[in-house]
Design a protein around this ligand. Structure first.
Ligand code: GLN
Length: 287
């Protein structure tokens, strides 16, 4: 990867921005990924793609080229771009992420939008986000509803420390608690949200997700273990009229709606993500 077309070692020569990007493209990297990795290797803001374009003949110092090549090699090996650059955009916020947490997905914004519609009519709502990971959902809700009390729960102490750092950086008051779903929970929530693991053990897509924490992805033989547990535990922890919203897999909507109805929820419905897939389902606890 560090050898240029004329056979000289790019690690010791004077490769330019354009040459580095061309080399990454020839190795199989998408152009946008290569640009973002080069900005990261340069220590520049990821909004600076215009700089790359206007400086395509700028020479890159050897240490920058070495950092860039190493990042490209990791990306080609399947590491998520978000881990390599250390951040990911979610609902208009920049979250810092690393291998301790799942990379926030745009699909999850569907759940946040639904939650915000439900919250519009409430003042000082009490919200709990189960399996918060980077804090993505909890922070998006807290940011949009400054008078809400938002608790972010995760079983992983490492994930909680990522969420804590994100809350601090975004100057949002997040209440963190280490627990498995709703265990030892005080209850009285107006809204329970969760993006739990929902991939079936043995799912053929898992190898592509191997860099992310398996505990955030896999939930038993049908992928429904955690969704089932949360749906069953939620009714006793919700305030009357409270809602439970769950993200789930592309083919799980009907199963999750059944779980919600069997647990006693009403107004059970599903919402589609940007790809048109039924991505989350929810219901209301009767008053
Ligand atoms: N949406 C993720 C994926 O399919 C999985 C997230 C999850 O299991 N909660 O890549």
């Amino acid at each position: 990867m560090s050898v240029t077309a004329n056979g000289t070692d790019a690690g010791s020569g004077d490769g330019t921005v354009a040459q580095a990007l061309a080399r990454a493209g020839a190795a199989g990297l998408e152009r946008l990924d290569a640009q973002l990795l080069l900005l990261s290797a340069l220590g520049r803001d990821r909004q600076d793609r215009a700089w790359l374009i206007t400086h395509d003949d700028a020479p890159l110092p050897a240490p920058v080229r070495r950092r860039f090549d190493a990042l490209c090699a990791r990306r080609l090996e399947g590491e998520p771009l978000a881990y390599l650059v250390g951040e990911k955009e979610f609902f208009g916020m920049t979250l810092q992420v690393d291998a301790r947490v799942l990379v926030p997905r745009p699909d999850t914004e569907t759940l946040v939008e639904w939650a915000l519609e439900l919250l519009a009519a409430r003042s000082r709502p009490r919200i709990i986000d189960l399996g918060t990971g980077s804090g993505a959902i909890a922070l998006a809700l807290q940011r949009a509803c400054p008078d809400a009390f938002v608790q972010a729960v995760d079983r992983s102490a490492e994930a909680l420390s990522v969420a804590r750092d994100n809350a601090r950086r975004l100057e949002l008051p997040l209440h963190l608690r280490q627990a498995c779903w709703l265990e030892e929970d005080a209850g009285g929530w107006d809204l329970i949200v969760a993006n739990p693991p929902y991939i079936a053990a043995g799912d053929p897509h898992l190898p592509a997700l191997r860099h992310e924490p398996v505990s955030a992805l896999v939930a038993g033989p049908d992928g429904l273990d955690d969704l089932r547990r949360i749906a069953q535990a939620a009714p006793t922890q919700l305030a009357p009229g409270g809602w439970l919203l769950l993200e789930h897999g592309w083919d799980q909507a009907a199963a999750v709606r059944d779980l919600l109805r069997s647990a006693g929820f009403v107004q059970v419905a599903s919402r589609r993500d940007l790809g048109g897939v039924e991505r989350c389902s929810g219901g209301r606890l009767e008053t």
